[in-house]
Ligand binder design. Structure first.
Ligand code: ZN
Ligand code: ZN
Length: 419
């Protein structure tokens, strides 16, 4: 019997369309994976179920951009060395057109985390930069919370082999699907009800933090002593928000975080990553960042330090932070003890920060500010947004009140307050 069953894929597809995207009758849907320039071919059985579920929910039109990692690699290895600024704009146009027609956007990730390992970091970086510039308009729309969008994962052979290196290929892929169905609650008798309960719990955490309006958070753990200022009006988000098109949606499945933005000029101290980070096809391991007045002044890594250096130097904002997210160490993803080598899932295993762009919807009244106005209020602007994990069972976090007093937010990786 093949795995996953048609039935599980259908349950997953229904959850994605009805709960995650909350697709409204009459909307269009574009299915994509920006990081591989299209959704990967091996995910087609899931893509087809999602298209069916979308049409059943009243979607007017579903369009899919297909991508292929082998093609991306072929280009890096074989294309003329002076050709990496080439880009065909049709993809951007296709997405923009979908969004203009009341579209929603779904990303399905199933990436090979080591795709670009050993390739020329300069070329990989250049391709990434051109792509980010072209996608800037779309990223901006996401930051303004204009539309309902969602990022999910699907198992794939190469990715599964990375997560379960000791298993036979078929068994590894089966285990990865099972893990995905477990952390997205697809395997529960009533996944929709399970999500409603989960969303409510996360929301009461974010409401507590919103009422506190701490001036800063102070993180301590082995290798970490970091103070992150929070701008006045910062807004803690959690699973689910209402887009400007009026639709309540959940941007990530799974999601275990509550998150807001830091003040881009008020980050001081040092922080060590608690998990490796896969970025642009390279895995960075054992890395630490030192901040002064909001900017990285030192970046070291045991593996792929060159990629990390390129990342923090991608543009002015890439050396500052755009997201502060809290995830308890008891999260089901952390407790599974697995490393997924994909930020979508790994970021929900641990408290994390993101280098680069802040989401405007994490600052009250900032959704439609210009970049300049947003920066004046402490928001970071950049082409990149890359989450990296810092939380562990050894991390303490304190909230600094405006009167100078401190209150515990997390102790040894767990929430230190009741809601
Ligand atoms: Zn996050
Ligand atoms: Zn993020």
């Amino acid at each position: 019997m093949s795995f996953p069953s048609q039935e599980s894929l259908q349950k997953y597809a229904e959850l994605v369309v009805r709960v995650g995207l909350n697709l409204r009758a009459g909307q269009r849907l574009v299915i994509n994976n920006p990081s591989t320039r299209g959704v990967l071919l091996h995910t087609a059985p899931l893509v087809r179920e999602i298209a069916r579920a979308a049409y059943r929910a009243g979607a007017r039109y579903v369009d899919v951009l297909w991508g292929d990692e082998a093609l991306l690699k072929a280009r890096v290895q074989e294309a003329p060395r002076d050709s990496f600024d080439e880009f065909s704009d049709w993809q951007i146009k296709a997405i923009s057109e979908m969004l203009e027609h009341d579209g929603a956007h779904l990303t399905i990730r199933s990436n090979n985390p080591d795709l670009m390992n050993g390739e020329d970091a300069e070329i990989v970086d250049q391709i990434q930069k051109v792509y980010l510039q072209k996608y800037a308009e779309f990223s901006q729309k996401i930051g303004q919370n204009l539309i309902n969008w969602l990022v999910i994962a699907a198992a794939g052979p190469v990715w599964a082999a990375r997560v379960f290196p000791d298993l036979e290929p078929a068994e590894a892929e089966k285990r990865l699907w099972e893990a995905i169905f477990s952390i997205t609650r697809v395997d529960q008798p009533d996944p929709v009800a399970a999500w409603e309960k989960h969303v409510k719990e996360l929301r009461s955490r974010s409401e507590y933090m919103n009422a506190k309006q701490y001036a800063a958070l102070h993180y301590t753990a082995p290798g970490t002593d970091l103070t992150v200022g929070l701008p006045p009006g910062h807004f803690w988000n959690s699973a689910g928000s209402t887009a400007q098109n009026g639709i309540f949606y959940i941007a990530n499945m799974p999601t275990e975080e509550i998150f807001t933005l830091p003040h881009k000029d008020q980050i001081n101290g040092y922080v060590s990553a608690s998990m490796p980070l896969s970025y642009s096809g390279s895995l960075m391991e054992g890395f630490s960042l030192t901040f002064e007045n909001g900017h990285v002044v030192k970046a070291t890594a045991e593996r792929n330090e060159a990629v990390l250096q390129k990342l923090v130097n991608a543009d002015e904002g890439a050396s500052s932070l755009g997201e502060v997210a809290l995830v308890p160490h008891g999260s089901p993803i952390a407790q599974s003890g697995l490393l997924y080598y994909d930020p979508l899932i790994d970021e929900n295993a641990a408290s994390h920060l993101a280098l680069g762009r802040a989401y405007k919807f994490t600052l009250k009244g900032a959704e439609n500010l210009s970049d300049e106005e947003f920066k004046q209020r402490g928001g970071n602007v950049s082409m990149v947004h890359v989450d990296f994990m810092i939380g562990s069972g050894e991390m303490d976090i304190d909230g600094l009140r405006t009167d100078g007093a401190t209150e515990p937010v997390m102790r040894q990786g767990e929430w230190a307050f009741d809601v």
